[in-house]
Design a protein around this ligand. Structure first.
Ligand code: MG
Ligand code: MG
Length: 256
């Protein structure tokens, strides 16, 4: 695990601020008729105009700036000609590399009016991320995070995806440790100041199972149920957790 200095955390705050600026902008574009490719091109334009680079483009061959994951797609959907439809939900995951450090965050957006079931899924997933952040205390342990997510999601009648997890982040997009969204509290490494984690609950309305499309990227629920995904990059500091680049109320706007 790589611990970051206060100066490095400041750079990571800026990288994540750019990510959230993109996600805020896309909030104004998500509506029936827009294509995921249009969202992707706009995100890349904003990132490059800021002097940064898209982090996902060409990462292990991924072909786009954003992951755009509609309805039963959990994560890693590929942008293209698909048009959003009233009542869809779309997870948008964005990563950037700026001044040598990565930013990584995701939100799930409602396309127009969505069903009460979809609303419950979005609000539960977002709230589970907030509770995960609140569970981070200096001297606490890594599994406190996943335990907080799992407890909230399962008491809300929804399922935690096990096949994908959060991760450390810094000068590499994915660093140790892995950050599962499940498990008993009080286990694993201590949460030391300087640790920066991308925490990203993925929640299914039905069962937790995952299946992969033939494209090798698009991960769907195996029962066709809806799935949601929210992510923050969070620094552990002496004073407690610091969400990088974003006020938590912003994602409430995305889900609301
Ligand atoms: Mg991400
Ligand atoms: Mg991530």
């Amino acid at each position: 695990m790589v611990l970051k200095s206060p100066g490095e955390i400041e750079l990571m705050y800026e990288a994540n601020r750019l990510v959230h600026r993109v996600l805020d902008h896309l909030d104004g574009m998500v509506r029936p008729g827009v294509t995921t490719g249009e969202l992707d091109r706009e995100a890349e334009r904003i990132i490059r105009a800021a002097g940064a680079a898209p982090a996902f483009l060409n990462y292990r061959g991924f072909p786009a700036t954003l992951c755009t994951s509609i309805n039963d797609v959990i994560v890693h959907g590929i942008p293209g000609e698909t048009e959003l439809v009233e009542g869809d939900i779309i997870g948008i995951d964005c990563g950037v590399l700026q001044n040598g450090y990565y930013g990584d965050a995701a939100r799930t957006y409602a396309v127009g009016e969505i069903s009460p079931e979809a609303r419950h899924l979005l609000e539960t997933t977002r709230r589970s991320l907030e509770l995960a952040v609140a569970a981070i205390q200096p001297g606490g342990r890594l599994s406190d995070i996943g335990s907080a997510v799992q407890r909230h999601v399962e008491t809300s009648g929804l399922s935690i995806v096990r096949d994908f997890v959060g991760h450390g982040i810094g000068a590499a997009l994915h660093e140790d440790p892995q950050v599962p969204n499940f498990g008993a509290p009080g286990k694993g490494p201590r949460l030391k100041p300087g640790l920066v984690l991308a925490i990203e609950p993925m929640v299914n309305a039905g069962s937790a199972g995952v299946k992969l499309d033939p494209d090798g990227w698009t991960a769907r629920t195996d029962d066709g149920s809806l799935s949601a995904h929210f992510e923050f990059s969070v620094a552990v500091t002496q004073e407690g957790p610091m969400i990088l680049g974003c006020e938590p109320s912003r994602t409430a706007a995305a889900a609301g």
